[in-house]
Design a protein around this ligand. Structure first.
Ligand code: ZN
Length: 277
């Protein structure tokens, strides 16, 4: 989106709201988010009530936009600042919103990115991410193992459900798979068709006394995705398995769409329905 068009939208809260509503309902063909019925009535509150299942809904119900209550024009600003990789405290300061609201908004954006990635559905099912980030204490039990593939100008951070932490430890101990670490992130020499495996080190190094010897690893010689990711990994606070999951899906997205209309694509992702359990 051109900057002038962006300015025109954020200048008017009404235009911003209409723009986002149009992303949610591309042909203005509204339906009930619970039962998909097109029979509903408009209430005086501007909400709609389904005549089949009685669900009351707004234009944003059950979408990623709805996880946190933020005005449409502020959503546009947050997504723009996210695109520019602005720090969360700076976004909160610029918009006069609380730090917690911004953290929640950023998690919603990252979750929408994950959900719209190739293996999004399987990640959501496997890690039970339906209710994130509204559940406060939700945690991932078994952290994912990712496999990195680079093809032409694209990168794929594939979730490998058949390779869990146990099999990773087995590869390390019995096959001496070379690896290195950045913060809590372990990356390895090539495995199968993957240039590297990526694992979040939640105590596995200390529990199994693993060595991440500083030998040359093929990924270190990569001139495309890895330098792009490495620079950002240092500033990510990868303090949980969930962040690990969200950050790598964000990096995959940022890398694959860096030349394209990133902003509009993110808004479309936020307008998509949250998958139901
Ligand atoms: Zn309904």
């Amino acid at each position: 989106m051109l900057l002038k068009e962006y300015e025109r939208l954020v200048y008017s809260p009404k235009k911003a709201a209409n723009f986002i509503a149009k992303l949610c309902w591309p042909n203005y063909q509204r339906f009930c988010p619970s039962c998909k019925s097109r029979k509903f009535k408009k209430l005086s509150s501007q909400k709609r009530k389904c005549l089949r299942c009685n669900t009351i809904f707004t234009d944003f119900t059950a979408r990623y936009f709805n996880i946190v209550r933020i005005k449409p024009d502020d959503w546009l600003r947050i997504v723009k600042l996210f695109e520019m990789e602005t720090r969360p405290d700076e976004i909160a300061h610029q918009l006069g919103l609380s730090y917690n609201t911004i953290r929640k908004a950023l998690t919603s954006i990252r979750l929408a990115i994950l959900a719209n990635s190739l293996d999004g559905s399987s990640l959501i099912k496997h890690f039970n991410l339906y209710s994130f980030p509204s559940k406060k204490k939700a945690r991932i039990q078994n952290p994912p193992v990712f496999g990195l593939i680079e093809q032409e100008k694209h990168v794929f951070i594939d979730f490998l459900p058949d390779l869990d932490l146990e099999s990773f430890v087995h590869l390390k101990l019995n096959f001496k798979l070379p690896s290195k670490k950045i913060g809590q992130i372990i990356y390895t020499a090539p495995v199968r068709q993957y240039l590297s495996l990526l694992v979040y080190d939640h105590k596995i190094t200390t529990t199994y006394n693993l060595k991440h010897q500083g030998r040359y690893i093929a990924l270190d010689g990569n001139k495309n995705f890895w330098p792009f990711a490495k620079r950002r990994l240092h500033s990510f606070r990868t303090t949980s398995e969930l962040n690990f999951l969200l950050y790598f899906k964000e990096l995959e997205f940022r890398y694959n769409y860096k030349q394209k209309d990133f902003f509009l694509r993110l808004l479309k992702y936020l307008a998509s329905f949250i998958e139901k359990q």
